[in-house]
Design a protein around this ligand. Sequence first.
Ligand SMILES: C[S@@+](CC[C@H](N)C(=O)[O-])C[C@H]1O[C@@H](n2cnc3c(N)ncnc32)[C@H](O)[C@@H]1O
Length: 323
Amino acid sequence: MNDKFVLTFDNALRDAITLAGNYASISESSGAENQQQTNEVFSEKWEKYSSADELEKFYQFQRDWYLALYGFEDEAALKAHLANCTVILDAGCGLGYKAAWFASLAPHALVIGIDYSAAARQASEMFAEHDNLVFLRGDIGSTPFKTGAVDYVSCDQVIMHTEDPDATFAELSRITEPDGGQFACYFYTKKALPRELLDDYFRLHCKEVSTEQLWEMSEQLTELGKRLSELNTEIDVPEIPLMGIKGGKMDIQRFIYWNFLKCFWNPELGHDTSLVTNFDWYSPSNARRFSEAEVRALVSANSMEIEFFRMEEAAYSGRFVHG
Ligand SMILES: C[S@@+](CC[C@H](N)C(=O)[O-])C[C@H]1O[C@@H](n2cnc3c(N)ncnc32)[C@H](O)[C@@H]1O
């Protein structure tokens, strides 16, 4: 990192952190059992996925989806937004490809990626060429930054995996710059009742099984999704409101997926990406789902306002600003 960015980094911190190149570890383990288990399975997931052939296709899919999730018309619109930022945070950066994307779009700004899993170090090695990008290993529920130090906080597909998502939201809101800074965040929605019950019950069971077994089960779920999808069969589902089951014509794989069992299969993304998507669902112990009212209440509880809000079947996402 060049001197300008070292200074920006130091100024953003409450307590000094010594970087070794573009990386520092603040904390590697959690005293909370579920967070620790969550960190371990994500370390495992990213380690395995980082050598997949489909990685670039996945990154491109994720970048396109990111623009839609947070209301940027295209990449140029995101770039224009980041042009006003000095410090950008990718909170829960995983392999760091979004942090690297922000770093390329905003070469004038310092971008920090932080993740509690071992992926933070992997990211620092994979994206070492950017002189405005650093990675930290640590908990986004308790960051080292000063209040209001970050102009754009991005917490994409992460908050539900933290030990206390409400407290994490408050922390990320605290560090968001109060005068025009934005905090982009993604939340899992609640799905149909049978799927919610099975997910919760099964996640408890997953804590007790080995990662080998979790991969094996994810492989089986992927195969199930593939076989159901290859049936190419649509059914006309009667609405069952008390169970949250929506009516209408639906592919049989989608019907089972949304209402009963995560058996993800996407032939365009490929086998390995479908596999890690299934692994990613049942393996982490921390995976809170939200109602829309809960998301809106969380935003107002932190004295923030909604700049942009989007609902998808599986997610709420938005950009929030201080009121
Ligand atoms: C589904 S992945 C999303 C990664 C990345 N944002 C992306 O969009 O590809 C969730 C990530 O959140 C990280 N994570 C979970 N709890 C965390 C915490 N308390 N602090 C920092 N990272 C956390 C996991 O290690 C994992 O890499």
